[in-house]
Design a protein. Structure first.
Lengths: 516, 417
């Protein structure tokens, strides 16, 4: 089941929310949330829901074991060794499970192509949807327990609810246990939070249904037609369409997940912070899939030494981290190449041209970043077979329009959509909204700190629709503000109606998370 | 105040997402006032009973992707005012596309993203994007299957007059608004090379290509692939001139339907333009008796009115296509004919407007449509069965015949050989 479907929107979600709020007790709400989350996952994966349950149970046991106080007479070092062994086992278990289902075929084919025979059987296993996300969540939990940053969760149902919670189960964001540990029992549902979450959900749904799905039509068409048929115009338009598709798909899903969580009282951290306005690749990765970046930073990069090592060692660490990041995205060499591509760029910015880049005019910096992340998407998007011809088309190897006419390419149809996507890729609308609110109530608009810092990300968590917050509003202007906010709510309802119309029409709705 | 607004907002959103399920339930409780059947997309229904097979277990429902797809489609179709919703969605997309077209200098553009149909404001046409030579249509045409079997019929049955009238749909002509916009389109030369140039001298050939832009715009229905009844009559008269049939010029006409949406408007989800159906009267047609063998619509006499004086096929504007242009495999007996001759007509839905006119020339006329109905026999087999005096083929290419009735295009020997 996906969020952008009639089954979810018209059947699952209303039932899940209505029953949730009819249940008064916290414990019953948590149990209900676990039940509907498992039902959500079982819809299409009835067998693999058992795998999810096994993952929950095993990680629960590992954490409980690690949290055990030293037995009577047990030396502290002995307990520490025991806990470390538990941690290693937990990490091995989680990675082994994910690795088996996700990478068995890829590794088998790679080994077999090297040795020139079918040495390793290719099992062609169906990939359990969301295994990459819930495995990382489980890993973050056991590691944080080991580090003493959070107490082990004694209630397996609560842990199950955290790992399997349907808002973030199949497409993230990767929610750290310590982010929600207290919220399991002490979160506060409120009308303000519910409506704020609802607005964010609708915005996310619009990103997915009205922008990502439409861009996907052009991207898929250009890919299907092939380089010789589309020429440079078609190739660049297809790449641009994919660039928008993947952003609005991912960020839309994250918004929906965060919005759904907020409706039920959870506060998840923001996952995307307008990455396409970045001026460097380093900045891009502080804004793109923030939860994933933070995970690999905290659980791979820093344990490897972070930046507190020699330059040579740091370069190696960076390549390892980014190679793993690429591999996490998919079981294919072009994903690894994509990860290493960013590793090289980040190394380059840090050691070679970063200072020079910072001195350039802002426009040049933006163009630099745009060009590089689009190139990155090219590597991410195309398989090894598709890349050469498509790249040839990009540089004009097949002329401007290939064997097609300009009309036939249909690129021109998407000009208004690209305009809308460009606007939606910037924080312009939230900024205007924030300034408007400040103006209405007659206070000064004070933007938050520079985007991208962790502190800034945390402070964004409570903002209803904005990425920036206003100074506190005086009560005497509340009525005027309420009228304007009513207009916004009406606009959101209209947006919901338009999204539903698109879904009902059976419009193109690709699910690009199958590889996760 | 703010809290009140938030409550209203939340409740409104909840009611909104519950509408499809509510509509589905109400359609079973009060079917007269609530429906989950779509008029626009025939066959699409919100009935959940048809989706989950009897005896399906919970595991089946959870794991079977076809059941999921069925539930998804049924829930979507349960949306209130489903037809209006999908038209609205298409209109929204078309508005964006129109802006892109205006910026790019194009006056013709698809009716929604990914649509095969185009919108032409200047000529007020909803059309089908023209076929290209390397498409399946072009490749099938190059096989010349229909023309080869026609040649065989003419060769194997020298006593039978064989006539081919090349009948063009609106998507097969160079006057199609998208013709100059796509690469390698199927043009008239390509069609002639695979039809007229292939047919033997034993076959009477009429290439009824549109004579001019004006002929195309007035002769073909603006939201359909079909031609108008009067344009069909023009084609009939061309055949009549070589077959010694009765010609009908300046017949009495009946404006049957005004404000009709053809199949391109429906499938293209674009109701910007309507079409008008002007039918004509064939004197003596009422005396012809019809026997339907296989049909998707009753072979109704044309111009029939219901008890309210409305044309019988004017029922919400969507069903004119099926009622008027529906195909059939049928036989006409004309007791008033001045001969005992039989004609075998191979045709498709394009010929419906002139069936009475054709049948008025023979005692017995058999109409067969192998494009839309499975015809098990070969073409020669039908000739052997009915022993016609004349065989007339109204068509252009054998692609749809090859799909539906592949045996029909086999080049077989006569039974008496």
């Amino acid at each position: 089941m996906v969020f952008s479907s009639s089954t979810f929107l018209f059947a699952f979600l209303p039932v899940a929310l209505v029953v949730y709020f009819l249940l008064i007790k916290r414990e019953l709400r948590n149990i209900w949330l676990l039940v509907v989350s498992l039902a959500f996952y079982a819809w299409g994966e009835p067998v693999y829901v058992l795998l999810l349950l096994v993952s929950i149970a095993v990680n629960y046991l590992f954490a409980i074991c690690m949290a055990e106080k030293p037995k009577h007479g047990e030396m502290r070092q002995s307990a520490a060794r025991r806990n470390k062994a538990m941690l290693i086992l937990a990490v091995v278990f989680n990675i082994a499970v994910m690795g088996f289902f996700k990478y068995e075929g890829f590794l088998a084919e790679s080994i077999n192509s090297v040795v020139g025979s079918e040495l390793v059987p290719v099992l062609e296993l169906a990939l359990p949807i969301g295994i990459s996300f819930y495995t990382l969540q489980a890993l973050s939990y056991v590691i944080d327990v080991y580090r003493g940053q959070v107490p082990a969760q004694r209630n397996i149902l609560h842990l199950g609810m955290y790992i399997a919670c349907f808002p973030q189960l199949i497409a993230g964001p990767i929610v750290r246990y310590k982010t929600v540990a207290k919220q399991i029992l002490h979160r506060k549902e409120s009308l303000e939070r519910f409506t704020s979450g609802l607005r964010l959900f609708v915005v996310g749904l619009a990103k997915k249904v009205l922008l990502a799905n439409v861009c996907a039509l052009l991207a898929d068409k250009m890919l299907a037609m092939g380089g010789p048929s589309i020429g440079a115009i078609g190739a660049w338009a297809g790449l641009l369409a994919y660039t928008f598709q993947i952003f609005f798909d991912f960020s839309g899903y994250s918004d929906m997940a965060i919005g759904l969580g907020r409706m039920m009282g959870f506060e998840y951290l923001r996952n995307f912070n307008y990455p396409y306005i970045s001026k460097s690749i380093a900045e891009f990765w502080r804004r793109w899939h923030i939860s994933l970046y933070a995970f690999f930073r905290d659980y791979v990069y820093i344990p490897l030494g972070g930046s507190r090592v020699s330059t040579g060692r740091w370069v190696v660490n960076a390549l390892i981290v980014w190679g793993i990041t690429g591999l996490w995205h998919g079981a294919a060499w072009h994903y690894v190449l994509w990860g290493l591509y960013y590793g090289v760029l980040l190394i380059g910015e840090k050691l070679i041209w970063g200072k020079l880049l910072a001195k350039l005019p802002g426009v040049i910096q933006h163009l630099y970043a745009i060009f590089l992340f689009m190139l990155g998407w090219l590597i991410f998007w195309l398989s090894e077979d598709q890349l050469p011809q498509y790249a040839q088309a990009l540089v004009g190897g097949f002329g401007l329009t290939g064997t097609s006419t300009l009309w036939e390419l249909t690129v021109w149809e998407y000009i208004p959509v690209f305009g809308l996507c460009t606007l939606a890729s910037t924080p312009l609308i939230p900024m205007v909204w924030a300034r408007m609110k400040a103006w209405i109530v007659g206070v000064s608009y004070v933007p938050m700190k520079q985007a991208g810092s962790v502190a800034h990300v945390k402070s964004l968590a409570g903002a209803p629709l904005c990425s920036l917050e206003c100074v506190a509003v005086s009560k005497s202007k509340a009525a005027a503000l309420a009228v304007v906010e009513l207009a916004v709510d009406i606009a959101v309802l209209v947006l919901l109606a338009v999204c539903c119309a698109s879904l009902v029409s059976g419009s193109y709705n690709p699910f690009i998370y199958f590889q996760f | 105040m703010r809290e009140f607004i938030q409550i209203v907002f939340s409740v409104a959103a909840l009611i909104f997402v519950l509408l499809p399920v509510a509509n589905n339930v109400m359609s079973q409780v009060d079917p007269e006032n609530y429906t989950v059947e779509s008029k626009l997309t025939a066959g699409k229904t919100g009935s959940l009973e048809e989706v989950v097979p009897l005896g399906a277990t919970a595991l089946d429902v959870l794991s079977d992707k076809s059941i999921h797809e069925g539930i998804e489609a049924a829930l979507s179709a349960s949306a209130p005012c489903y037809d209006q919703v999908i038209l609205f969605n298409a209109a929204l997309q078309r508005t964006a596309i129109a802006q892109g077209a205006a910026l790019s200098g194009f006056s013709v553009y698809p009716t929604f993203f990914g649509s095969k149909y185009y919108h032409d404001d200047e000529n007020e046409i909803i059309g089908f994007i023209t076929y290209q030579r390397d498409s399946s249509v072009g490749k099938e045409m190059e096989k010349q299957k229909l023309m080869k079997v026609v040649n065989a019929i003419a060769s194997n049955n020298p006593d039978i007059r064989v006539c081919v009238d090349l009948v063009y749909t609106s998507r097969m002509t160079e006057y199609n608004s998208s013709f100059g916009l796509v690469s390698n389109p199927i043009n008239h030369d390509f069609i002639r090379a695979n039809t007229v140039d292939v047919l033997s001298d034993e076959v009477l050939v009429i290439d009824d290509y549109p004579e001019s832009q004006d002929d195309y715009v007035t002769g073909w229905i603006s939201t359909e692939h079909h031609w108008t009844p009067l344009r069909a009559l023009t084609s009939y008269n061309k055949v009549a001139s070589v077959m010694d049939w009765m010609e009908y010029h300046d017949p009495d006409t009946v404006a049957v339907v005004d404000g009709w949406y053809g199949s391109y408007a429906r499938m293209g989800l674009d109701m910007s333009f309507t079409s008008q159906m002007v039918d004509f009267v064939v004197p003596g047609a009422e005396s012809i008796q019809w026997k339907n063998y296989v049909t998707n619509s009753a072979m109704l006499p044309k111009n029939t009115m219901d008890e309210n004086g409305e044309p019988l096929f004017m029922d919400g504007s969507y069903m004119v296509y099926d009622r008027y242009y529906g195909s059939s495999y049928c036989e006409a007996i004309n007791e008033e004919a001045d001969n005992e001759r039989t004609c075998l007509v191979v045709c498709n839905s394009m010929i419906r407007p002139i069936k009475e006119a054709v049948a008025s020339n023979y005692y017995q006329t058999i109409f067969v449509d192998p494009s839309n109905y499975l015809v098990a026999q070969t073409f020669q087999g039908l000739v052997d069965k009915y022993a016609p005096d004349d065989v007339v083929i109204f068509g252009l290419e054998g692609r749809t015949i090859a799909q539906k009735s592949p045996n029909f295009l086999s080049v077989a020997k006569p039974a008496n050989e």
